[in-house]
Ligand binder design. Structure first.
Ligand code: TYM
Length: 332
């Protein structure tokens, strides 16, 4: 069976609709057909200034949401990145294989450091994609389910795997992105040409997985549309409505054309009302299950420790091979 790896950052008190549709839902589905390994990437979360207490809380909230969304510890491995020290170790080796110019071409660093300028950004933020490559390559993953914004990082992971294999002998599986175009770029409800994002969107533009049903309905009602009043998909002329149609189709399983035909020129009110209910009904049970997991942090921590133990068995085997290939003595 093909092996899947993916990661998500614990950088907010809730995941948002973009994370859910672009990644988490595929993580859940892939448990059926693949060997699946998923990671809450807390080491990536410290690339920007942060508070350790907040990080500790958000790491648990992230894991709780993932279990609540349908990750099943019997069918996948879910663990916290910092509990498997091999990630940091492989990061160093891969960093020594990455060109400075190559790292400098990663566009997400430019976007994320844009505010304060590159001088005040951390070196960790700059080398972030190399740690991401280490995450993936440690587990010899065949496929990596992510949203469109991660495509360039996956290209770096592929290049680093090939480069290592070429210089030191076949060691790593070269991973392929697993990106579903229909859901790979969910946009901001208030600014529908930009992706929905925890860092750049306004609260009204983001639907959080843990939002109350009333808040979800309100945000969808107020989503930016256009003056045409016809429900139809058109990325250029109607980015807001098209984004809502994508969300509707993804959550209902219907085709965009069928949804558009049903609402047609009846205005946006009924369409938004039904979509608000659809999102609220999907997220409601997840919110309740998340709260249950968070009410028993001992049980949650125990699940994560077990996940880390199983992940580490794979990671240490890869690192033993890497150390040998690199000319390092074995670690016993
Ligand atoms: P992160 O935590 O920013 O996002 C988690 C996942 O959600 C996807 N996503 C979206 N998909 C569609 N529409 C959107 N608006 C949207 N916003 C976010 C992301 O593409 C991602 O799949 N660097 C990664 C975390 C990571 C990782 C890894 C991923 C670390 N190591 C190894 C894969 C493999 C990140 O910051 O994702």
């Amino acid at each position: 069976t093909r092996r899947v790896f993916s990661g998500i950052q614990p950088t907010a008190d809730s995941f948002h609709l973009g994370n859910y549709l672009g990644a988490v839902r595929q993580w859940v589905d892939l448990q059926e057909s693949r060997e699946t390994i998923y990671c809450v990437v807390d080491l990536h979360a410290i690339t920007v200034p942060y508070d350790p207490q907040v990080l500790r809380r958000r790491t648990r909230i992230a894991a709780a949401q993932l279990f609540a969304s349908g990750l099943d510890p019997e069918r996948c491995i879910l663990f916290v990145q910092s509990q498997v020290p091999e990630h940091a170790e492989l990061n160093w080796v891969l960093g020594c294989l990455t060109g400075f110019g190559e790292a400098n071409r990663m566009t997400q660093f430019k976007d994320k450091s844009a505010k304060g300028g590159a001088d005040s950004a951390s070196v960790g933020l700059f080398t972030y994609p190399i740690l991401q490559a280490a995450d993936i390559l440690l587990y010899q993953a065949d496929e990596v389910p992510v949203g469109e914004d991660q495509r360039q990082h996956l290209e770096l992971s592929r290049n680093l795997a090939q480069r290592f294999n070429h210089r030191f002998g076949e060691t790593f599986t070269v991973p392929a992105p697993y990106i579903l175009p229909a859901v790979s770029k969910i946009t901001d409800l208030q600014d529908p040409t930009s992706k929905m994002s925890k860092s750049s969107s306004s609260p009204q533009g983001i639907i959080d997985l843990l939002d109350e049903p009333a808040a979800i309905r309100k945000k969808i009602n107020r989503a930016v549309t256009d003056a045409e009043s016809v429900v139809r998909a058109d990325d250029e002329a109607k980015p807001g409505v098209t984004n809502l149609l994508r969300i509707y189709a993804a959550l209902s399983g219907e085709k965009i054309d069928d949804i558009a035909a049903r609402y047609g020129d009846g205005g946006y009110g009924g369409f938004k009302k039904d979509l608000g209910n659809l999102v609220a009904d999907t997220f409601g049970p997840i919110r309740e299950r998340t709260a249950k997991h968070l009410a028993d942090t001992d049980a949650l921590d125990a699940l994560l420790e077990d996940g880390a133990r199983r992940a580490r068995a794979i990671a240490t085997a890869t690192m033993a091979q890497v150390r040998d290939r690199c000319g390092f003595p074995a670690v016993n």
